[in-house]
Design a protein around this ligand. Sequence first.
Ligand code: GUN
Length: 296
Amino acid sequence: MTATRIDGKSFAEHLRTQVAEGVLQLRASLGVKPGLAVVLVGADPASEIYVKNKHKSTLEVGMESFEHRLPADTSEDTLLALVDKLNGDDAVNGILVQLPLPKHIDETKVINRISPEKDVDGFHILNSGKLATGQTDGMVPCTPLGCLLLLKEYAGGLAGKNAVVLGRSNIVGKPMAALLLGESCTVTIAHSKTKDLPALCRTADILVAAVGRPEMVKKDWVKEGAVVIDVGINRLPPEREGQKGRVVGDVAFDEVAEVASAITPVPGGVGPMTIAVLLYNTLKATCQKHNVPFTL
Ligand code: GUN
């Protein structure tokens, strides 16, 4: 079997177009322009790129973008004070504090300081609680929601399928498992202590890899016809000096594509979906604030 290549890039473009239309409608009906604030502490190169891309995409869908760049030695109190200010700012509908934060700052404390209604990352304890208990009015983390949208498009009906999620992070693994459970999949979360990972993965109709290990998932880990979603973004060491290494996912794409029915590439799969869903969440937060139905 040669798998269908899941085109996250064009799916994300389509979603961003829908968000842009929603923004236009809000502006026309209420004169409201959704605003997204992104906070970056320090100068982690990968985070810098994400933040730059978020800024550009936010403007492209007609939203207001507020960027706050703070030095790496910013105190926790200073960051919390900025979050408080953004919580109280009517022009700001969504707040994202880029992770990871420097070691001296308590990430959980900062995340839980963001107003749950503005928590477009869906990391606040209230939003994770809503997701865990099936309350649909909360904010859902962007990457797993993006994966779910792709799965709904490419995996047919999800109910009753065996889903294996590799990785148990709060950002991807746990919310991904909750979303799949909400779709009535039979869900297993696997992690570094799981016994016989290849055998477990072979039980999966749906396999989501989010472990951050380059090309870990091989062909013989994957059941014939499975749908494979690769969340990993790993840069390999350069083959020649002075060059950049190749970016690969957590799945050995070429060989797994021989057995899967559909698979996301890296880059161009899950990555573009994350920012599109962030904008979707920002529109949702704005609609909820103004008691306008959110229909995307
Ligand atoms: N760092 C890596 N992924 C994310 C994300 O989805 N949100 C935030 N805030 N930081 C991240």
